[in-house]
Design a protein around this ligand. Structure first.
Ligand SMILES: [Zn+2]
Length: 359
């Protein structure tokens, strides 16, 4: 038995194991953390009200910061913060250089309809593309640069405007299974290891230098505190904010190269057909029927062709097709950069930075 009896995962997917009842580790983790959601959701919602009231009572210019990508989740977070809780919001968008015009329109419309202030932050395009190129050629990944950029944008804005709380639309409750074999977030050690002894390190300092001494800024994941039903979310933001999707099943229509990320992942690990992890998670958390998920995955598999924007992507990063093929032929090339670096050294760096300006 190597496939989960409940979701779409199998032991072919890195990090997945199946127990004697035929249930995979991802479904078991979900049940352990969120299996009793129906029983605890009232309590969680009361907790949320409490947390937001505390943020409000700080009487700052903004009660909360909402990271806004222009996608479904973040737009709904802004909607909830403004419409349900009447919070004063600053929405912050990290411009990763591949933000779609479509996302910009959704962002603009949501902020103006909801009465939220908004700012964009992004690195210069040549630097960003150089970073993506360096990371892709050396590790086969370029998303970690973007993910770290998101953190930089929101944490810096949070500190600059003294905002008591960050409210995010991401959550382990609703997001797909990921594993370091095929997905890396923007963790410090990885970024520092990859940039070590390269001229890019200095230029990238703004996004790789640590921001906090011991703790991260206060942040919550909204889906941990309230129902997060995608059909309902889609209807709400479409009807009330005029939000539009690029295509009906586009998960991240805010990024021009999101389909490339999925394509590259599939090329490295043929078991990871685009959207399979996403649909599998929806099955695990009871938002999609397994048959329906299987049907959609089969449909994706049958229609899998090279993305029409692959040339655009390679051109933007200045990478040849041969270079891409070399990267794809060695899917584990990133593993050697995963070594954790000392946190003590990093904290000393922050301390030095904090003390020096005062001397
Ligand atoms: Zn499962």
């Amino acid at each position: 038995m190597n496939s989960c009896a409940r979701c779409l995962l199998s032991t072919e997917v890195p990090g997945v194991s199946i127990d004697q009842n035929g249930i995979c580790s991802v479904c078991r983790d979900y049940d352990r953390s969120w299996g009793n959601w129906e029983n605890i959701k009232k309590e969680q919602y009361a907790r949320l009200e409490n947390i937001l009231q505390k943020a409000r009572s700080q009487k700052q210019h903004y009660d909360v910061l909402v990271p806004l990508s222009g996608g479904k989740d973040s737009t709904y977070v802004l909607y909830v913060c403004r419409k349900k809780f009447n919070l004063k919001c600053l929405a912050v968008t990290w411009d990763n250089g591949f933000l779609t015009d479509h996302a910009r329109i959704n962002i603009h419309t949501a902020c103006s309809k909801l009465g939220a202030d908004h700012l964009y932050y992004g690195l210069s395009e040549p630097l960003l593309m150089n970073l993506y190129r360096h990371f892709f050629l050396n590790t086969g990944f370029f998303c970690p640069v973007c993910l770290k950029g998101i953190y930089t944008a929101i944490f810096r804005a949070q500190a600059a405007f003294n905002i008591p709380l960050i409210v995010k639309g991401t959550s382990k409750r609703t997001e797909e299974h990921v594993h370091p074999a095929y997905f890396l977030d923007g963790n410090f050690s990885f970024l520092e290891n990859v940039l070590e002894s390269t001229p890019l390190k200095k230029d990238a300092e703004i996004i790789i230098q640590p921001m906090g001494l011991f703790s991260s800024p206060p942040a919550i994941n909204l889906p941990d505190y309230m129902d997060w039903d995608y059909d309902f979310i889609f209807k709400t933001i479409t009807n009330e904010l005029g939000w539009t999707a690029h295509s009906p099943d586009a998960e991240h229509s805010d990024c021009k190269v999101d389909n490339i990320v999925h394509y590259i992942r599939y090329k490295k690990y043929p078991v990871l057909i685009p959207e399979m992890l996403r649909y599998s998670k929806l099955v695990t958390c009871g938002q999609m029927d397994k048959k329906e998920a299987e049907r959609r995955v089969a449909e994706k598999k049958a229609s899998l062709t090279e993305p029409s924007n692959l040339g655009f992507f390679l051109n933007a990063l200045g990478i040849s097709r041969d270079e891409m093929d070399t990267v794809l032929s060695d899917p584990m090339r990133h593993m050697k950069y995963l070594k954790e670096r000392s946190r003590v050294g990093r904290r000393l760096k922050v301390l030095k930075k904090r003390l020096l300006p005062r001397l």
